[in-house]
Design a protein around this ligand. Structure first.
Ligand code: LLP
Length: 431
């Protein structure tokens, strides 16, 4: 369940009125619900009860320090992909020594930082990376714990830009080559084989791809356990969320469409599908959810600047743009958009930002309530891959972020000022 709903026709996050947040902190502003983050975490944990699990929050989805603190307080581990993310987790009081370090392009500096902070395991994506980790570990006199990311070559049935488990992707080592890569790892003196990992893609809305990937991996996992005594199997992240009807469903879950119909695919359903395939492996099971934990725990508030009628189309021009929330422009992603003051559906419009590109469009042909200049709208399911993918295109400052917990709200990232935005730029003397 997420904590965004109408109360007396006003949209609230937990007990806080979103119109007041827009008033107090300005727009565009991301707003996160701490209770939703906690609910999502506990619900996922519970759906795999009985297994020995470790949830490694993929902070690439939302790496705000306050969000990380909420996760750390829940006992979460983390899925890290950069030296910067390692530092963030440390800043937030999280456990790097219970976290994993992933990514196809780890630099020497990042590897060393991870080792010096006692990383639980590296998720290795190639042989040259394995050799580099061995060298660096030897240089500082430690053994580097690793798991190899194996590409099981299954189709996750998701957007081309976020599917990762096919053999043509850059990720992991091909399934058939995995035994050789483990053999190399076993030969390297400063490498300790600790586990095996897969991740097949993101925003996966069915159980089948997860099941197919785990089934394909089972014989290999068993062999690796016998041969190298691995202690864990990471089944990655990728659990999708509801983007359509996100408000009405009130669900921290995702839709599956079959025969035109749809039903909720909940974490419980995910758990029921995968747990039976994992139990007898008798290994620690790592999960790397990002979107599932953070996605529906956040919205982007934006204020209407103009309502424009152009030929037979209506445009609602808002003060957020593709630089603030890139997903619609980049993936043609659907986000539900609702007014913070509830109203009857009255007209159809495109909701667009002010950036000078036609791709700067949040929604096309949406049914909306009567909308006027100054109204505040909420772009839903924006808690994951929202702020973290924001930029400064058109010299638009980075937006603010606010965290709500019960009846309290706090600005957890201040809106960037113009001075901060240009602070790293220099005009050389020779000009
Ligand atoms: N583990 C690995 C190795 C990953 O590459 C990812 C995401 C995750 C875990 C977390 O996946 P999640 O549970 O969030 O699906 N920017 C895109 C999503 C990119 C996902 C990249 N990898 C979007 O906005 O849809």
């Amino acid at each position: 369940m997420h904590e965004f709903k109408y109360r007396d026709q006003r949209l609230v996050c937990e007990s806080v009125d979103l119109d007041e947040i827009a008033e107090r902190y300005g727009t565009p502003v991301y707003v996160y619900s701490a209770a939703t983050l906690r609910n999502n975490y506990r619900r996922l944990e519970k759906s795999l009860e009985g297994l020995n699990t470790r949830i490694c929050y993929a902070l690439k989805a939302n790496s705000n320090l306050a969000v990380l603190r909420v996760m750390a307080n829940l006992g979460a581990s983390f899925d890290l992909v950069s030296g910067g993310e390692i530092r963030r987790v440390l800043e937030a009081g999280g456990r790097v020594d219970r976290s994993v370090f992933a990514g196809v392009g780890k630099t020497s500096e990042e590897i060393e930082r991870a080792l010096r902070n006692g990383i639980f395991s590296f998720h290795v994506e190639s042989e040259p990376e394995l050799e580099r980790i061995d060298r660096i570990a030897s240089g500082i006199g430690v053994k580097a714990p690793v798991a190899v990311r194996v590409n099981p070559d299954v189709d996750a049935g998701t957007h081309a830009k976020i599917t990762t488990g096919r053999s043509e992707n850059k990720f992991g080592v091909p399934f058939d080559r995995a035994p050789d890569v483990y053999a190399l790892a076993a030969k390297l003196r400063n490498i300790e084989i600790r586990g095996v990992q897969i991740h097949i893609g993101s925003q996966i809305t069915k159980t089948e791809p997860f099941v197919a990937a785990i089934e394909k991996m089972r014989p290999l996992v068993t062999e690796l356990k016998q041969r190298y005594g691995i202690g864990y199997f990471s089944i990655g992240g990728g659990l999708g969320i509801a983007y359509e009807s996100a408000l009405a469903s009130g669900e921290a879950a995702w839709w599956e469409r079959e025969d035109g119909g749809k039903h909720l695919l909940t974490p419980e359903r995910y758990g029921r599908a995968v747990a039976p395939l994992l139990r007898d492996l008798d290994l620690e099971i790592l999960l790397e959810p990002g979107r599932f934990l953070a996605g529906n725990a956040g919205v982007l508030l934006t204020r209407v600047e103009y309502v424009k009628h152009s030929g037979d189309r209506n445009f609602v021009i808002v003060d957020a743009a593709m630089n603030d929330l890139l997903r619609p422009a980049m993936y043609e992603a659907y986000h539900e958009i609702v007014p913070v003051a509830e109203g009857e559906l009255a007209f159809t419009a495109d909701i667009v930002g002010p950036v000078c590109e036609s791709g700067d469009c949040f929604a096309k042909g949406r049914r909306l309530a009567a909308t006027r200049e100054g109204d505040v709208m909420a772009v839903l399911s924006a808690g994951a891959y929202g702020y973290v993918m924001a930029g400064r295109y058109n010299t638009r400052p980075m937006p603010a972020e606010v965290l709500v917990d019960g009846d309290r709200a706090a600005e957890v990232t201040a809106r960037e000022t113009f001075e901060q935005l240009i602070a790293h730029e220099r005009i050389p003397e020779f000009l």
